[in-house]
Design a protein around this ligand. Structure first.
Ligand code: SF4
Ligand code: MG
Length: 333
């Protein structure tokens, strides 16, 4: 598979009243064509900030302090604003959790679909209208002609998210970033939107970066999974490996807090405690205040990233011996 997006050692910082704080701490990953990477973690873990860093949409007090973002081999993190804006129009699209806020309530669906097509692709109004209808068809919206003249509030939440996806697809993006795209929807509609995302990935050979807090969503769409905790990547692997053999205590906790319909005796075991604030200084492993396996060493030293032969990575001292045995221990802070 061809690599589309490559992120190396990304550090994203925010200026605050208490000085600079790091929201993303030395995170690396990649997304290939036809592949879905799920970034998973609790709200505030840095997953949204990671995606906003990629697409160049950080709030004004945020900046990429170190690292590299490459799209199709080309560095984009330091592109001038205008060029980055063009990339967003042509190569990378993003959809958000609440389509009602992303859609303009006073403009028709048709207007909002036609505008980028006329702007970025130089289509005439009637050409753009025709393509708008095609796009609505593509995302499974019935009676697309009628929908074109409707306003966002006339559509259901699921239909609005389909419209957002249609708008995102209008520029034929290579990469689609979806931040909690189904969180606001009820379960049945959620499943339909995830099916649509899977179908579009296959058909258009897009790379997808999907951000979620929900392991159920991960199970539906992920090829690859990256688990984040307090700004760090704590585990990464193929979806089968993550579900069959979750290594990090935090990943195990995330899986234990998903109801299991196949096992009536399964007891939910939420992870105790809460995510630290960005300002909080934590020595050693950033998960140690919540980890039932934490040792004195965990409180002292940050664990290294430990890889197995399958490319399944975990950052946790519990796996140190495995690593020493393989003769490839790399220590980092
Ligand atoms: Fe828990 Fe220690 Fe592993 Fe951190 S390094 S997750 S504290 S066992
Ligand atoms: Mg978020």
């Amino acid at each position: 598979r061809e690599t589309l997006l490559e992120v190396n050692n990304l550090v994203t910082e925010f200026r605050t009243a208490d000085g600079n704080v790091q929201a993303v701490r030395d995170v690396s990953f990649s997304v290939s064509k036809g592949e879905t990477l799920c970034i998973v973690g609790e709200s505030g873990c840095g997953k949204s900030i990671t995606s906003l860093s990629v697409i160049g949409l950080l709030p004004s007090n945020g900046k990429i302090a170190a690292g590299q973002v490459k799209y199709e081999g080309k560095e984009i993190q330091s592109l001038p604003y205008e060029e980055l804006r063009k990339m967003r129009g042509n190569k990378i699209s993003m959809i958000f959790q609440e389509p009602m806020t992303a859609l303009n309530p006073v403009l028709t669906v048709g207007y909002q679909l036609r505008e980028p097509l006329m702007l970025h692709h130089g289509l005439s109004k009637s050409e753009a209208h025709k393509q708008g209808i095609d796009l609505l068809n593509q995302v499974g919206i019935p009676y697309p002609e009628k929908r074109m003249s409707q306003y966002p509030h006339e559509l259901s939440g699921g239909m609005r998210q389909r419209v957002m996806i249609a708008i995102a697809l209008s520029c034929h993006p290579g990469l689609l970033i979806a931040d909690e795209p189904t969180t606001a929807l009820d379960v049945t509609i959620q499943a339909q939107i995830l099916d649509l995302i899977n179908e579009l990935k296959e058909k258009l050979n897009m790379g997808i970066m999907l951000i979620t807090h929900d392991m159920g969503v991960v199970a539906e769409v992920a090829d690859k999974v990256m688990v984040m905790y307090a700004g760090k990547k704590v585990e990464e692997g193929m979806v089968e490996d993550i579900f069959k053999n979750p290594k990090h205590p935090y990943t195990q906790g995330l899986l234990n807090s998903v109801p299991n319909v196949d096992d009536p005796d399964f007891e939910l075991e939420p992870i105790p405690g809460s995510l630290p604030s960005l300002q909080e200084k934590i020595q050693g492993c950033r998960f140690h205040p919540r980890c039932k396996f934490a040792t004195a060493k965990c409180k002292e030293l940050a664990p290294p990233e430990i890889n197995d032969e399958q490319g399944h990575m975990v950052s946790c001292w519990l796996y140190e011996e495995e690593e020493v045995k393989n003769g490839q221990l790399v220590t980092q802070n």
